[in-house]
Design a protein around this ligand. Sequence first.
Ligand SMILES: Nc1ncnc2c1ncn2[C@@H]1O[C@H](COP(=O)(O)OP(=O)(O)OP(=O)(O)O)[C@@H](O)[C@H]1O
Length: 412
Amino acid sequence: MDELSFEPDDSLYRNRDSLSEEYTPAEIVGRDSELQKYHSALQPVINGESPDNIFLYGKTGVGKTAATNFLLKQLQEDTERFDIELTVIDVNCEGLSSSYQVAINLVNKLRSPENQLSKTGHPQYEVYEYLWEAIDELGGTVLIVLDEVDNIGEDDSILYQIPRARSNGNVTNARLGIIGISNDLAFRENLSPKVRSSLCDRNISFPPYDAGELEAVLQQRADVAFHDGALDDEVIPLCAAYGAQDAGDARKALDLLRGAGDFARAEEADVVTGDHVRRSREEIEREEVMDGIADLADHQQLTVYALATLEAEGNTPARSQLVYQRYETLCDSAVKDARTSRRVRDFLADLESLSITTSGRQNTGAEGGQYREHQLQHDLPTVLSAMSELIRRVGVHHSIEDAIEDSNQVIV
Ligand SMILES: Nc1ncnc2c1ncn2[C@@H]1O[C@H](COP(=O)(O)OP(=O)(O)OP(=O)(O)O)[C@@H](O)[C@H]1O
């Protein structure tokens, strides 16, 4: 061994970073037909022809960005080989809610740091003129990639202006193409016909991954991430099966695998097992539910709070009526007008569909009626900590006094 070389000292991971979002895989697996279509849509570039405008759509985590990065890197290498001038400008439209903002962003990507445009205060036509100028200066073929393009909102004129810039005589020296990427499936449908016909020369749909495709994605990444023999045989099929259930999202499947590796590492296990995967999944679900509760509107959170106090008293599963009474008490304490009991029943149905609570139907027996009973789907401390901000405002109910660290507040 070279004295100065570094050796990984982790017995499980060889390269944990390769499971992260930033890592670019050497190859894209499980997307053969999509890559084929994408490749053929980009073919005009290497022929020195005007590029087609391409629109990629599919749900989150299905490989749209990964396939784009992979193919454009390949295209850049090949254009160099054939002496074709190509510039790729990549803009993620997250946080850019109009064509104006996207155009300024594009201009600034093409300008030197000392020559940047300020973000406001220019007439729109002027920003477009700067853009055409900068693109003409580049010459050759210019591909503009707009990821998460659905953020652009109603002012979508740029999606019309760029594809038409050459035929409108705004750009004469460069061939211009646009690649729009979106995970909002309704976005393309809602584009004005004018924009749709210019932007969508080629539509490429990325469907969710099935379990077999996810296995291929995970296996390829695991070969880089883990030492040989570090994973039990069931680990990858299990992550793939869960990933396929979770909307066929490769990002989630990779997170699950990394979580399992982290559980195994924390307990200094020799191998990652199916049990680690299951615990990783529970942890991820728990975080999702925490986020879900924290995002609820106040009256929905008050409904969860009511159920949590009943749970702390050992009174769950609890009938809707009982939940409602406790909810009214909490509303009083919060100095909020209580919603109707019917509305709270609707909240309880919503909470069940968000996997925050579970509800069951019971028969009343002789009268032949039915009623619903509810309980939390997750442990009480998790739920209470997701609602800590609301509890601070409303006050600590006496039933949860022991479960709250800082219960030095008004007791309801
Ligand atoms: N076929 C694949 N081969 C290897 N890795 C993949 C593949 N598909 C997706 N990934 C990985 O999964 C993660 C999510 O993929 P990607 O960012 O391409 O999804 P996306 O469809 O663009 O999603 P979003 O719409 O949320 O941006 C990335 O870490 C990516 O490297």
